[in-house]
Design a protein around this ligand. Structure first.
Ligand SMILES: C[S@@+](CC[C@H](N)C(=O)[O-])C[C@H]1O[C@@H](n2cnc3c(N)ncnc32)[C@H](O)[C@@H]1O
Length: 279
């Protein structure tokens, strides 16, 4: 069966990914000059949490209506509210393209790639009229399309690579290859890669391999709800950030500590933010 993000929307991994993404977008917007926001695996843009009731119960459902202290978390929750008010539906959840569309400025551009035509059409509908940036939805293979989009005309870019990892090994391999290729075409671009945290040794091997091949600065943030190597489907959520913006590490630590205090389900999870260097 083809992966459908609608059954996972708003889970703890989405929350971790989307809060981190908003921090990256805000960091790029510290400069007036516009940039290209590129998503290789975009999904449908907005989701009905009725389809992901079990997973979102351990994610966004534990945060909605809660107070927040860390500014990135407050902004994320405010955007969630904005979407729900605009559409008159308290069960909607914003995917990464909708979040990006709502904060991009007139001078920024966005390209969203999605392989399933039906999801791409839903995405077009969900971001229509959202924000002032010019945006395009392409149906196709996100890894391939990324190759032809770099270097960006704008001279600045943030890329999110968020594959389904249905075939986990293949997506890890393709993601690594896409990263190396993207940096060869555009070494200063900021790239964020979401990855599943399941078996710790496998994740370490993948990160070590990338560290040997990539010479740019890399930061890995992981958000684990379950003990390392436990047999739940997903122990944790990882975001690897290449060319991380200044002070992102400290901001992530503060924000994720608050997020973790809200979402923890037991004593064995945890968060980490660490630089990745060649072993
Ligand atoms: C994890 S979901 C994306 C979620 C989205 N980034 C978000 O956070 O809201 C992955 C999406 O990639 C799509 N997909 C799978 N293989 C793809 C490929 N090779 N190129 C582009 N999209 C692909 C799937 O149909 C699915 O909608």
């Amino acid at each position: 069966m083809k992966y459908r993000h609608r059954y996972h929307a708003g889970n703890f991994a989405d929350v971790h990914k989307h809060v981190t993404l908003l921090m990256l977008l805000e960091a790029l917007q510290r400069k007036e000059k516009g940039f290209l926001y590129f998503e290789t695996h975009a999904g449908r843009g907005t989701y009905d949490l009725a389809d992901s009731a079990i997973e979102s119960r351990h994610g966004i459902e534990r945060l909605a209506d809660a107070d927040c202290a860390a500014p990135p978390l407050c902004r994320y929750l405010a955007l969630l509210e904005q979407l729900r008010r605009a559409r008159g539906s308290p069960r909607l959840y914003p995917g990464s393209p909708w979040l990006a569309a709502s904060v991009l400025r007139g001078q920024d551009r966005a390209v969203f790639v999605e392989s399933l035509p039906e999801e791409a059409r839903a995405l077009e509908r969900s971001i229509r009229g959202v924000g002032p940036a010019r945006m395009r939805v392409d149906v196709g293979d996100g890894f391939e399309q990324l190759r032809s989009s770099l270097p960006p005309l704008q001279g600045r870019a943030l890329t999110l690579i968020d594959p389904p990892y249905e075939d986990t090994r293949r997506d890890f391999d393709r993601t690594g290859a896409a990263l190396v290729d993207a940096l060869a075409r555009f070494p200063t671009g900021v790239i964020a890669i979401w990855y599943p945290v399941k078996i710790a040794a496998e994740t370490r091997r993948w990160l070590d391999t990338l560290a040997r091949r990539v010479t740019r600065a890399m930061l890995a943030t992981e958000f684990r709800l379950y003990p390392a190597d436990s047999r739940v489907a997903l122990n944790g959520s990882g975001m690897l950030i290449i060319n991380p913006p200044y002070q992102l590490d400290t901001q992530l630590e503060e924000c994720l500590a608050e997020l973790y205090s809200r979402l923890a389900v037991g004593p064995d999870g945890g968060i980490s933010v660490r630089a990745i260097a060649a072993p």
